[in-house]
Design a protein around this ligand. Structure first.
Ligand code: NAP
Length: 295
């Protein structure tokens, strides 16, 4: 175990050095000024900050989530921050009729679409899977199938504009952790679907970029609530506005994947070296404080 940790941290350090030397930020905010953006999960957390950043960059926005009152407040703030136009549409992505209606609304209001930013998420409490397959089915609709349905409805418009699909995923969609079986399944599904779609679009000569955003733990209210009964060991939560900005930049420069914080890319690149050891380390950093799941 000690040998593995040494190799692992040495790899992290060497790779960090390479990243620091060779990485260049090619983002230009002009790429977003006047762009047409449909953003989901915009009523709080990372989505709310995504909306504010797009607004500051002068985008035209359609924002969606379920909480209509909150969306209206965010709409007003976006206009104050510099958005050219902002419209909101309240919809529950658990209902498979809604993704198509959201895209139709966005196209009616904006006329075209440059960015489809898929960010909304239904969360389970962090707990062991309790055999409730119905709940997994619901989570797959909200976190995965609705992303596919939104994409299906938006693809013709994105193809016309040579636009971009930005998919917000998680380290849990690259490396599975305990207490998140259904969530992890939905995020792995996003990786499979959108990584395949990216290649199919290229094979068809359609210039629509697909950016998969891999996030570590981010300091949103939802995350704070979820992890309050767990000792998550070494893992720190990173700032919400900064994570949102990295997503926006990745989408704007048409990156295939972005990783935030930066070191998550290194975890993913070494994830298959010693799988059993990896799972042992992960398990040891998830010590439950509470005796009962979900307390
Ligand atoms: P959050 O604060 O809980 O916000 C989730 C958003 O999704 C809200 O706007 C919520 O609005 C909306 N939403 C939830 N259920 C919905 C439904 N059934 N239909 C439509 N909208 C729904 O989440 P977050 O932490 O910002 O996460 C944003 C993204 O980052 C997610 O894709 C998540 O997987 C990813 N991520 C987050 C973290 C983290 O630590 N925070 C880490 C890795 C990845 P309403 O309640 O108004 O519907």
């Amino acid at each position: 175990m000690a040998g593995f940790k040494k190799i692992f941290f040495l790899t992290l350090t060497v790779s960090a050095g390479f990243l620091a030397i060779f990485w260049r930020d090619t983002f230009d905010s002009e790429l977003l000024s006047g762009s047409h953006v449909l953003l989901t999960g915009a009523s709080k957390g990372i989505g709310e900050q995504l909306a504010y950043h797009y607004a500051r960059f002068g985008a035209n926005l359609v924002i969606t989530a379920r909480n209509e009152a909150r969306l209206k407040q965010i709409e007003e703030k976006c206009l104050e921050l510099g958005a050219k136009k902002v419209y909101s549409y309240a919809a529950d992505m658990a209902d498979p009729r809604n993704p198509g209606m959201v895209v139709q609304f966005a196209l009616e209001k904006l006329g075209s679409l440059d960015f489809l930013v898929l960010n909304h998420v239904g969360y389970d409490p962090l707990m062991m899977w309790n055999g409730n397959a119905e709940n997994t089915n619901w989570l797959m609709q909200v976190n995965f199938l609705s992303y596919v349905q939104l994409t299906a409805a938006a693809l013709p418009a994105l193809t016309k504009s040579n636009g971009s699909i930005v998919v917000v995923s998680s380290l849990c969609g690259k490396i599975a952790i305990p207490y998140a079986a259904s969530y992890s399944a939905s995020k792995f599904a996003l990786d499979g679907f959108f990584s395949s779609l990216r290649q199919e679009l290229a094979l068809q000569g359609r210039d629509v970029s697909v950016t998969l955003c891999i996030l570590g733990m981010i300091d949103t209210d939802s995350t704070k609530e979820k992890v309050k009964n767990l000792d998550v060991g070494l893992v720190t939560a990173y700032p919400v506005p900064e994570s949102a900005l990295s997503i926006i930049k990745g989408g704007a420069v048409r990156a295939r994947e972005i990783y935030y914080p930066w070191w998550t890319t290194l975890l993913v690149s070494v994830r298959d070296w010693f799988p059993e050891m990896r799972e042992k380390i992960i398990r040891s950093s998830f010590q439950e404080k509470s005796q009962e799941d979900g307390d």
